[in-house]
Structure formats: structure tokens, C-alpha cells
Design a protein around this ligand. Structure first.
Ligand code: OSB
Ligand code: MG
Length: 369
């Protein structure tokens, strides 16, 4: 298809409750939504970069600028664009995976809508609904954390992820395990907050039967992950360290992880995400779909990805009401710990334009010349 116009829209969506991690507290999401138009179809993409460069180097303002100045003009200049070519056409820009992923996602969506095929079917999805988990931030007290987790378990979530960091690890995890019992799957996520010096301390988490520990050390500190994996019973999972298929292959070869969190934005798009899934499946490494507090646009696509057979652990794909009072698509709801995978063409959901307009903070349209 030949792209006629790309719209870059920024929206502001307040969280239902502030979310605290080892990298800071977020109260409202500043999100970039990409909308592409061709004669044949339109498509939607969501950029998962946060409002500040605190999870990874990318942030929404930087993603917007690199899209506006380099990535969008490259696609608008191409006589013909297809989903499989997008990554190659954007490869002249180093890094900026989240910006690239958002643009590729919009092209994939447009292409699939015009072909009448769902994203789940395009990627090779094998399930009509997927089991999902919930990620719980650092709380003001252990009592407050336990109450929050209890609420999510009552709502039907069968897997709970606790954010941890130095000073907020063994005790809160022990308290939550004691409260929820052995049947709830518990995981922890440190977002790079520890160093190799903390390995002995982290091994103490073993007694709480965690399904995994996610990214305890720095994104570039694979050596410490290898060292922890050698002495802990808790499976080690990487998030921030994996930005490509090659990163995943290297980390697995080194013994740095036995589980990978796949976030399409972090790895440059859904097509690369699918290749990482295939590699991990071949190597017997479990994968699950990570989250970046997506709106219904990104959530729809993540559900499609998570329906692939190698996604054997529940993802951070909670129901819309865990994040936002009003989502920009029809809300996704939890049913018995699962969410239904959209079956319509493309990502399978339509943004509600009235809601979208109400939360929009800026719009910019770039056209083919
Ligand atoms: O590390 O997985 C993470 C959110 C934003 C940035 C990084 C992370 C997260 C989450 C929440 O843990 C996932 C979600 O529910 O969308
Ligand atoms: Mg994480």
C-alpha cells in the first residue's frame, strides 16, 4: 500500500490509582497514538514509551520527535509499503524500538484490515482467550499491599506480579504469599534495581515459591543474571535486557534467563516479537507478554500475540479497569482470569473517536508530498 497520511496524536489518560515502581511513580499516561491512512485502509498503532526515560532510554517526547523527523517521512517517501518491509525501511535509524514498533503496528493493522485478517491469525495465534495477570506497584505499607493484592485475587486474577526494590522485597513477598496461599501464581519485578552484590539476599526469595524473578539487575548486566540463575531455584526472567531477537538468543546462550518477557514495543514491533517467541519455543524457554500500561489499542494487539502457543505464562495484560476509568476502545474485561482475544480484522478493535478527542492534547498530520 502507499501511505497518504500519518497522524501523530498525543493523549493524556489518568490512572485509576498511581503506580509506583523502583523507577518512580506514574499518575497519568502521556501516550502517542499513530494513525496511518492509505487509499485502501487505515490502521492504528500505540507507542508504549513512558512520559520519562526511566524504564528505558526511550520516552514519549523522543519517540514523537524521531517519528516526526525521520521514521514517518521515510515511509511516506516510499512508493509502496508493506508490513514485512517496515523494519527494514526504518533500520537506518539506530534504536528507538518503541517509536518504530508503533509505526509498524499501524501499518500491520491497516494491511490486515484491508485483507480482512485478524492480527492473532496473522501471528499464528492458537487460543481464543488468554490467561492474564496483574502487576502491582510498591505500596505505602505491607497491609496496604496485601489488601490491594486480595482485591485483584477476588476479581479473578490467578497471577500477581509484585514490584520490588531494595528495602521492599522479602517481607512484602512473604506477607502476600501468606495471605494468598499456595495456589496464586506470584512473580516479582525489580526493574534493574539490584546489583550483583545482592545475589545472596535475592536467593532468600526462593522460599516463597515464586514463578519467576524479573530483571533484578541492570539491562546491560547479563553477567549478574547468569550468576543469580546459577544459585537460585526461582526462574530468572529478562525484560529490559531484551531489545531484539539477537539479544534473546545471546541471553539464552549465556544462561542469563530461563524465561523471557516479550514486550512488542521494546523489541521494535509485533513481527520481531513473534520471532523471539519462535526462538524461545525452540529453545524451551517460556515466554509471556509484558505490558506498558497500554490503552485498548495496544492491549488488543498484546492479546493477539499472547494467543501464540509459546506464551505459557500469563501476561501483564490486565482488564482495562485496572488502569483507566475510560479506555479509548471498548473496555477489555476479565472473565474467570482470562481475556478474550479480538477476532476482527487487524487489531480487532475500533478507537472510540469521541473519547479519543476528549483526551487528546495535540495532533499533527504528516502527508505524502
Ligand atoms: O517492568 O514490566 C515492567 C509498566 C511500565 C513499564 C515497565 C513495566 C510495567 C509493568 C506494568 O510492570 C505492566 C502492565 O500492567 O501494563
Ligand atoms: Mg518488567
Amino acid at each position: 500500500m502507499r501511505l497518504d497520511e500519518v497522524e501523530l496524536r498525543r493523549i493524556a489518560l489518568p490512572f485509576v490509582t498511581p503506580f509506583r515502581t523502583s523507577f518512580g511513580t506514574i499518575v497519568e499516561r502521556d501516550i502517542l497514538v499513530v494513525h496511518v491512512r492509505s487509499a485502501a485502509a487505515e490502521g492504528w498503532g500505540e507507542c508504549v514509551a513512558l512520559g520519562e526515560p526511566v524504564y528505558s532510554a526511550e520516552w514519549v517526547g523522543g519517540a514523537h520527535e524521531v517519528l516526526r523527523r525521520f521514521l514517518v517521512p521515510a515511509l511516506l517517501a516510499a512508493p509502496d509499503v508493506c508490513a514485512d518491509d517496515v523494519a527494514g525501511r526504518l533500520a537506518f535509524v539506530r534504536g528507538h524500538q518503541m517509536a518504530k514498533a508503533a509505526l509498524e503496528m499501524a501499518v500491520v493493522d491497516a494491511e490486515l484490515r484491508s485483507a480482512g485478517q485478524s492480527l492473532a491469525s496473522r501471528l499464528g495465534g492458537a487460543r481464543s482467550r488468554v490467561e492474564v495477570g496483574v502487576s502491582v506497584g510498591i505500596a505505602a505499607s505491607i497491609a496496604e499491599l496485601v489488601a490491594t493484592v486480595a482485591g485483584y485475587v477476588d476479581a479473578g486474577y490467578g497471577r500477581v506480579k509484585l514490584k520490588i526494590g531494595p528495602g521492599w522485597d522479602i517481607e512484602p513477598v512473604a506477607a502476600v504469599r501468606a495471605h494468598v496461599g499456595a495456589d496464586v501464581m506470584l512473580t516479582v519485578d525489580a526493574n534493574c534495581a539490584y546489583t550483583g552484590e545482592d545475589i545472596e539476599h535475592l536467593v532468600r526469595l526462593d522460599e516463597h515459591a515464586l514463578a519467576l524473578i524479573e530483571q533484578p539487575f541492570g539491562a546491560d548486566d547479563l553477567a549478574s543474571h547468569v550468576a543469580l540463575a546459577a544459585v537460585t531455584r526461582t526462574p530468572v526472567c529478562l525484560d529490559e535486557s531484551i531489545e531484539s531477537l539477537r539479544d534473546a538468543a545471546g541471553a539464552i546462550d549465556m544462561g542469563a534467563c530461563s524465561v523471557v518477557s516479550i514486550k512488542p514495543g521494546r523489541v521494535g514491533g509485533y513481527l520481531e516479537a513473534r520471532r523471539i517467541h519462535d526462538l524461545c519455543m525452540a529453545r524451551d524457554v517460556a515466554v509471556w507478554c509484558g505490558g506498558m500500561f497500554e490503552t485498548g489499542i495496544g492491549r488488543a494487539a498484546n492479546l493477539a500475540l499472547a494467543s501464540l502457543p509459546g506464551f505459557t505464562l500469563p501476561g501483564d495484560i490486565s482488564a482495562s479497569d485496572r488502569y483507566y476509568r475510560t479506555d479509548i476502545t471498548e473496555p477489555f474485561v476479565l472473565q474467570d482470569g482470562h481475556i478474550t482475544v479480538p477476532t476482527g480484522p487487524g487489531i480487532g478493535v475500533e478507537p472510540r473517536l469521541d473519547v479519543l478527542d476528549r483526551v487528546t492534547t495535540s495532533i499533527e498530520r504528516l502527508r505524502r508530498r
